[in-house]
Design a protein around this ligand. Structure first.
Ligand code: ADP
Ligand code: ADP
Length: 230
């Protein structure tokens, strides 16, 4: 079974005849397990809305979302085995890194000592173990991005959704993080769904790319298939 299966997925905002926007318009898409899949397209093409529908932050107007064969279309975010990394990181400024990362485990009823141990492991995986007592303000942009990753991965999701996670970084750091992200994804074998409007980024990182335009999936294939068309 695919990690994600979208069928005729549609999301409209506003109401008929009044500011109606068809943000996502009849999308059919299968994303394979362990795949690095990028959603590419101009601003307003519906990428973020597809991601939010998969995460459960929005409910579809029509159509279905399956995770590993189970229909989750009406389920709440915490009932879905996915986690999200946003562009603005959304770290808690008053908490240490280890507490930031452990926070995600609190709702799952895990004991404090175990939460801490898992959080440290997760920080070590992104090379931030030695900074675990720092606050987010004492870190660089790239380091903050790694904390956000550690926090998303600590719950061991089957699918990680990334919404322009490198958008706030300068070019050099961005290129370095592209390599790190790709390596992390390979070593963990998790399905990554990565939203970007940057062709170069999609090209270097993805197993496959879905190109969105006007709420529709306009094209899908490997970077080679998409860019080397005769
Ligand atoms: P992208 O991520 O490709 O930039 P979005 O999914 O954010 O595109 O947006 C797709 C379209 O849906 C845009 O026209 C946007 O203005 C609209 N849209 C997105 N979210 C909302 C919302 N909560 N309310 C109204 N319109 C929205
Ligand atoms: P993106 O980086 O994908 O372009 P935006 O900055 O457009 O994202 O949107 C950020 C948030 O605002 C999202 O939660 C989206 O759903 C919401 N949003 C986007 N467009 C609109 C809109 N026209 N009306 C209301 N909310 C919107």
């Amino acid at each position: 079974v695919p990690a994600i299966r979208l069928r005729n997925l549609t999301k409209t905002f506003g109401s008929k005849g009044f500011n109606e926007t068809r943000a996502v318009d009849g999308v059919d898409l299968d994303i394979r397990q362990g795949e690095f899949f990028s959603m590419l397209g101009p601003s307003g093409s519906g990428k973020t809305t597809v991601l939010r529908l998969i995460a459960g932050f929005e409910l579809p107007t029509s159509g279905t979302i399956e995770l590993e064969g189970a229909d989750v279309s009406g389920k709440a975010p915490f009932q879905r085995d996915v986690n999200t990394v946003f562009q603005d990181y959304a770290l808690f400024p008053h908490m240490s890194l280890v507490d930031n990362v452990a926070y995600g485990l609190r709702v799952r009823g895990m004991k404090k000592a175990e939460r801490r141990e898992r959080a440290i492991e997760s920080l070590e995986r992104v090379q931030l173990g030695k900074f675990m007592q720092r606050r987010p303000s004492q870190l660089s942009g790239g380091q903050r991005q790694r904390v956000a990753l550690a926090r998303a991965l600590v719950v061991e999701p089957k699918v990680l959704l990334l919404d322009e996670p490198l958008g706030a970084l300068d070019l050099k750091l961005r290129q370095q993080m592209q390599i790190e992200l790709k390596e992390l994804q390979r070593s963990l074998g998790i399905t990554f769904i990565f939203v970007t409007h940057d062709q170069e980024e999609a090209l270097t990182m993805s197993d496959r790319i879905g190109v969105f335009n006007n709420g529709k999936l306009a094209q899908i294939g490997t970077a080679h298939e998409i860019y080397q068309r005769p």
